[in-house]
Structures are given as C-alpha cells and as structure tokens.
Design a protein around this ligand. Structure first.
Ligand code: 1HE
Length: 265
C-alpha cells in the first residue's frame, strides 16, 4: 500500500489536502506528487474549495533532492522529468474549484511552485519564500517560470533565482506572493475562513475567476474584451439572477466598508 504522504479530508464543502512528510520538511517526491494529483482531482469532484497545507514547521522544502540525486546517479537515461509536476499542479491552477495555500516556514523551490499554483496564498509570520534552484544547479520545473514570473514579474523572480534571496512573509505580500499575512500558526485557520467565504459564491463565477481571468492576459486587447463578453454571458445564470434579486429584496446584507487592519472575511 502507498504510504500516506498526502492526507485528504472533506470538511463540508472544503477539501483539506495536507503534505504529510514533516520529517523531510514536506519535500516533494514522485510519490508525493502523485498523491497530490489524486487528492486535487478528488477535491475537484466533491468540494467547492480546496486548501493545501503542510504539516509541521514548514510548508515544503521543494523537490525531493535525495530522490533527484538517486535518479541522476542511477545513470539510466530518462525522458524530461518535469511532466509529473505539471500533471499534479495544473489541476490546482486550472481545475474546477479555487485553491488556497496555507503556508508556514519554508516555501521554497518546488514548494513555492506548488503554492503558486493555488489562487490565494496565506502566509503566517514564520513563512519565507525562496527559489534556491540555481544554487542546486537546477531550474524550476513545476510551472514556476510561468506562474511565479506572472505573480512577481521577471525582475524579482530573476533576483530570487540568481542571488538566492529569501523573502519574508511581509516582503512576499508586497510583491504578490502572498495575499494575506497572519500571526504564527494561524494560516490554516485563516485559509478555512476564506474558503468558507469563497464556497458561498456562485460556482460559475468562481470558475470564471480561476479559469477565465488568468487566460485573458494571454490575449490581445480586442480578444480579451470578446472573451470577457463570453464569460460574462456564461456566468449570467438563473442563480445569478436569484442572487441579484436577494440583494434587491434586502434578503442579504449590503457590503460594509472594511475597518482598517481588519481583513476578516
Ligand atoms: C530534504 C529536503 C529536500 C530537507 N529534499 N530532503 N530545496 C532546497 O534546496 C531546500 C533544502 N532544505 C532546506 O534548506 C532546509 O531543510 C529547510 C530550510 C527547508 C528546513 O531546515 P531544517 O533545519 O528544519 O531541516 P533540515 O535539518 O535541513 O532537514 C531535515 C530533514 O529533511 C533532513 O533529512 P535527515 O534524514 O537528515 O533528517 C534533510 O535532508 C531533509 N530535507 N529538505 C530532500 N528538499 C520541480 S523542480 C523544483 C526544484 C526545487 O525545488 S530546488 C529547491 C530544493
């Protein structure tokens, strides 16, 4: 039987996917990747929102370097090795439901690539972010060149990769790597609050935000506007009308201006 290196739990409409390899700082081996992939697909079938978190003091130390060394040293010629990463992470980024990554400690290398596949990242004060690939003589391979570059911009990603610079949670928030920074040990609790809030949205709107919005920058201005028109029509359902009607009939509370420093959903 496969070791449970990734746990899966369904809490109401929220799927909790936990990296369960704290003794190796949640380093991501082939088996871990496969278990992430299976858990993510299952979440897409039965949950409205998914949360990915790491057990222990670190979210993830990235690629399993021991396995990488072993594979390399075995001398058997291998086809391109990053496909399993793409197969596991792409269904997070562009699957049917939104994902939140709840972070603490190291979020480095492939760990950061995993976090970047999620739609929202919540960091606690212990979280630090890094891309030490170049110091290990390798390159990103979990979609990081596509996703992290978009979050940060080339200049910052280039700096992190060339110099090995590590970012604190606060620095990461400033450069779009994290959307929330919470007190120590609170990232999972915060992710659950956010997930509960997101689960109340119309599923079609969530899908449009997670799958339509990120594709639009790949289009020309004109095609983007056309694509937006199609998505807007797609989300305009009976459910959307019921939600609009509920507001007009005062069956739901109006929006309230946020209080400074309070970002509670
Ligand atoms: C590992 C890994 C790993 C720890 N693969 N085994 N990633 C890195 O370059 C980060 C490497 N890791 C670290 O810098 C540190 O381990 C941490 C900062 C994450 C945590 O430090 P610490 O002091 O809590 O733990 P530790 O003592 O360094 O490690 C504990 C154990 O985890 C130890 O094994 P042990 O058998 O000696 O107990 C470590 O060997 C093991 N461990 N990290 C395998 N990454 C798709 S391409 C992506 C490319 C990348 O991800 S490159 C970045 C790789």
């Amino acid at each position: 039987m496969m070791e449970k290196l990734v746990t899966y739990q369904l809490q109401g409409s929220i799927a909790l996917i936990g990296l369960n390899r704290a003794s190796k700082r949640n380093a991501i081996s082939r088996v871990v990747l496969e278990q992430i992939r299976v858990a993510v697909l299952r979440a897409g079938e039965e949950a409205k929102v998914g949360i990915i978190f790491g057990r222990g003091d670190h979210f993830s130390a990235g690629l399993d370097l021991a396995e990488r060394a072993q594979r390399h040293e075995s001398g058997i010629p291998r086809p391109p090795h990053v496909r399993p990463w793409h197969s596991a992470l792409e269904p997070i980024a562009r699957g049917p439901i939104p994902f939140i990554a709840a972070l603490q400690g190291a979020v480095v290398g492939g760990g950061l690539e995993l976090a970047a596949a999620a739609h929202i990242r919540v960091a606690d004060k212990s979280t630090f972010f890094g891309l030490p690939e170049a110091t290990r003589g390798i390159f990103v391979g979990g979609g990081g060149s596509v996703r992290i570059g978009r979050l940060l911009g080339y200049a910052r990603m280039c700096d992190m990769m060339l110099t090995g610079r590590l970012l604190t949670a606060q620095e990461a928030e400033r450069v779009n790597l994290a959307q929330y920074v919470v007190p120590l040990g609170k990232s999972l609790a915060k992710a659950k609050l956010l997930a509960a809030r997101i689960a109340e949205n119309a599923p079609l709107s969530n899908f449009a935000v997670t799958n339509g919005l990120p594709r639009i920058p790949d289009l020309s201005h004109d095609d983007g506007l056309f694509f937006e028109t199609l998505i807007a029509a797609y989300t305009s359902s009976t459910e959307s009308n019921q939600r609009v009607r509920a507001f007009l009939d005062k069956r739901v509370a109006p929006l309230k201006a946020p209080r400074r420093g309070k970002d509670k959903p």
